[in-house]
Design a protein around this ligand. Structure first.
Ligand SMILES: Cc1cc2nc3c(=O)[nH]c(=O)nc-3n(C[C@H](O)[C@H](O)[C@H](O)COP(=O)(O)OP(=O)(O)OC[C@H]3O[C@@H](n4cnc5c(N)ncnc54)[C@H](O)[C@@H]3O)c2cc1C
Length: 435
């Protein structure tokens, strides 16, 4: 595919990567500036949006394996507020009805603890003041509430003054004494990404599948080759453009290892089971009898029929890359994978027995999803770089191209997506002097 841009004076923004980071940045730019002032092209086949790590992930709003905390807090808060607005716009009522319609649902739930948090709040999450209804709930409060419901079959005016729904969303397996609880947003990624793609296009954005590198014609519209350098991108897509009117937004996640030679980016392998049982809460245990840092146990609503159950955080384990399907999709699980699946199922059955204690392998093996979180040792890289270009015929020595990097979101790419998109949009505004 080639573009004749010579008569178009609008600045050109080329987005590398069409996961949640690329899609939200590209969409936000058009929301702020409009296609009349800016050309925004995602350099991938549209179908690739449905093959990303983002597409398969849990979609829970919760900062997880992502730094630096000061910036993550800002990005996560902006994203939380936007997701709550989107849920409200769709008639969201604090329940999960939006998951199937808009792709965003609001749920109570929490993270289980084995001891009371420190009195000074020092070990509570740094984002606790940014979310609705954050509180610490004790096992005793929860038990009192349950006994009342069991005895009267009615929700009670709770002594601890929490919304009854918040208490009902929890479950305390043996060994857990406290929980931090809040109202969170859950994104049903297949629905949300579909809507985001539609919104991007409706705002005037384009997908542009790259042409093959040997110049022998357009690539298949359903696949996108991998870029190996930013220069390659410029040559293929902006050869005719004055460099000061071009900007690349770099959102390739783990792809930054090759594109930027950034070896701070590391994969953290995560495995999710999609279980044919809906849930109406989220639960997580990272310590205590059910979870560890490398094998946290968690349950997230997926849609009206299914939940996502995890999981693992296996740093530097990228043997599997990501794959869809597993047992339900023709690819039999090997013994190791079957053991992982059974272990996750066992842990989730203890975490929420009312839903998972009686599920069988027929329910749990429908889809097995293996993804790689793009963790970065130095934290998310979100910055504007004037990247030097090699001297070439027709290019002056010392020429640079604007690149805005936005990668390395670890286990929180959805959680910070709109906040990062806002920050990128501001850098684009400055770089291209959009006013
Ligand atoms: C099991 C699991 C559960 C998770 N659950 C959650 C959760 O509940 N909440 C949450 O917030 N986050 C979660 N995450 C993390 C989240 O998935 C990531 O942080 C997020 O998807 C990163 O988005 P991204 O757009 O940066 O990268 P990706 O979604 O990986 O997209 C990268 C894009 O770049 C493209 N690309 C890569 N290399 C190149 C190249 N060389 N040339 C051209 N294109 C390239 C890819 O094709 C793709 O389009 C989870 C992750 C896993 C693995």
């Amino acid at each position: 595919m080639t573009f004749d841009n010579t008569s178009d004076t609008r600045p050109l923004v080329l987005v590398l990567g069409c996961g949640i980071s690329g899609l939200s940045c590209a969409t936000r730019l058009l929301e702020l500036h409009g296609a009349a002032r800016l050309r925004v092209r995602i350099l991938a086949a549209e179908a690739d949006a449905y093959r990303t790590t983002s597409y398969g992930c849990g979609g829970l709003w919760m900062p997880f394996h992502i730094d630096p905390v000061d910036q993550v807090r800002v990005w996560a808060r902006q994203t939380y507020e936007r997701l709550l607005r989107e849920a409200a716009a769709e008639g969201g009522d604090g329940g999960g009805g939006g998951l199937d319609a808009s792709g965003v649902g609001l749920f109570y739930g929490g993270k289980l603890l084995t001891a009371a948090p420190a009195a000074d709040g020092g070990d509570l999450p740094y984002w606790r003041e940014d979310v609705r209804d954050f509180c610490v709930i004790t096992r005793a409060e929860w038990q009192t509430h349950r006994q009342h419901i069991d005895g009267t079959n009615r929700a009670m005016p709770c002594a601890c003054r929490r919304p009854a729904a918040q208490l009902e969303a929890l479950h305390f397996p043996d060994g857990y004494t406290h929980a931090i609880s809040w109202l969170t947003a859950v994104v049903n990624m297949p629905v949300y990404i579909t809507r985001l793609v539609e919104r991007f296009k409706a705002l005037g954005g384009e997908f542009a599948a790259p042409s093959t590198s040997d110049g022998q014609g357009a690539a298949s519209p359903t696949t996108s080759p991998q870029f190996h350098s930013f220069e390659e991108v410029l040559t293929q897509y902006a050869a005719q453009e004055p460099l000061d009117r071009v900007l690349l937004i770099h959102t390739t996640g783990l792809g930054a290892r090759e594109l930027c030679r950034d070896h701070q980016v590391r994969p953290a392998r995560g495995i999710l089971l999609r279980v044919r049982r809906p849930v109406h809460c989220f639960l997580q245990a990272e310590g205590g009898p059910l979870g560890t840092a490398t094998h946290p146990t968690y349950i997230i609503p997926r849609n009206g029929q299914m939940s996502s159950c995890g999981g693992t955080v296996l740093l530097d384990d990228d043997a599997a890359a990501y794959r869809h399907g597993g047992a339900g999709d023709g690819e039999p699980l090997n013994d190791t994978d079957r053991a992982i699946r059974d272990d996750i199922h066992r842990r989730c059955a203890l975490l929420l027995p009312s839903v998972f204690a009686h599920t069988t392998s027929g329910d749990i093996a429908e889809v097995w999803w293996d993804g790689l979180r793009p963790v970065r040792d130095g934290g998310v890289r979100l910055e504007w770089e004037r990247r030097p270009l090699p001297a070439e015929e027709g290019r002056r020595a010392g020429a640079t191209v604007h690149v805005v990097h936005n990668y390395g979101h670890g286990g929180g790419g959805v959680t910070v997506s709109w906040g990062c998109a806002n920050a990128c949009a501001e850098l684009v505004r400055q770089a291209l002097k959009l006013g």
